[in-house]
Design a protein around this ligand. Structure first.
Ligand code: FPP
Length: 223
């Protein structure tokens, strides 16, 4: 969800206004994606690298997460199943936010609509490192042999365990990089880039991304 800062700057507004607008876009797009039948959607909300931003900005973004989580009505009527993915052994993530996250996941656990992953303190390399640690412990306890470690074993220990790999990755705001997002899962994903800044991203942009995606010829390394 990139480009919040530039969106605000262009309007002479503080960066916090850009993040608030980004949060509104997040809700609109998540609702729309669910409505049109997307089964899994992951949004990159805060990376393991974002802590290096000024303290005020970090606090502002954390407050937006809390506001979203406190609003019990969020996505309730839409039947969206929410899951947070990331490293939650992080001192900045206080008990309040961890409890709100646990409650949001619990409250939506029986939802049968779209699976919505919110990546918070997320880093793809960190995710793979965490998976390797879990698998290494299983080897140390002799629960599995090193030779039995397959790609499936690693995938089963990622934060996204049990979910399909993404078909389409959308990056707004004119940047052409993955920035440590779902690096394992995206090995064969299709990419769609747009200059539109995240707060300006509309359902029509998602429609266009899907339309373009539907024209792609996915070969998965075959011919
Ligand atoms: C990147 O844009 C955006 C972020 C690091 C924060 C994203 C957070 C939200 C959209 C808010 C709330 C989300 C939820 C799930 C309620 P940037 O600040 O790097 O933009 P710039 O590149 O233009 O400076």
């Amino acid at each position: 969800m990139d480009g919040n800062g530039r969106w605000a700057k262009r309007r002479g507004l503080p960066r916090s206004a850009g993040h608030s607008a980004g949060a509104r876009t997040f809700k609109t797009i998540a609702r729309y994606a669910n409505k049109i039948g997307i089964k899994y959607m992951t949004v990159y909300a805060f990376s393991t690298e974002n802590w290096s931003r000024p303290k005020d900005e970090v606090n502002n973004i954390l407050e937006l997460f809390k506001q979203y989580l406190r609003d019990a009505s969020n996505f309730k009527d839409e039947n969206i199943k929410v899951k947070f993915i990331g490293d939650f052994n992080e001192p900045h993530l206080d008990d309040e936010i961890l409890t709100l996250i646990a409650d949001a996941e619990k409250n939506s656990e029986n939802a049968t609509g779209m699976h919505l992953n919110i990546a918070l303190n997320y880093g793809g390399r960190q995710e793979i490192t965490d998976a390797v640690k879990i698998v290494a412990e299983k080897v140390a306890k002799k629960e599995i042999c090193a030779n039995d470690i397959t790609e499936e074993v690693i995938a089963d220990n990622l934060y996204t365990s049990g979910q399909p790999y993404p078909d389409l990755i959308i990056r707004p705001s004119g940047e052409y990089r993955l920035s440590n997002f779902l690096i394992w899962q995206s090995a064969y994903a299709e990419f769609w880039f747009s200059d539109v800044l995240w707060p300006d991203f509309k359902p029509k942009h998602l429609d266009k991304a899907i339309e373009d995606y539907s024209m792609r010829n996915r070969r998965f390394g075959g011919i």
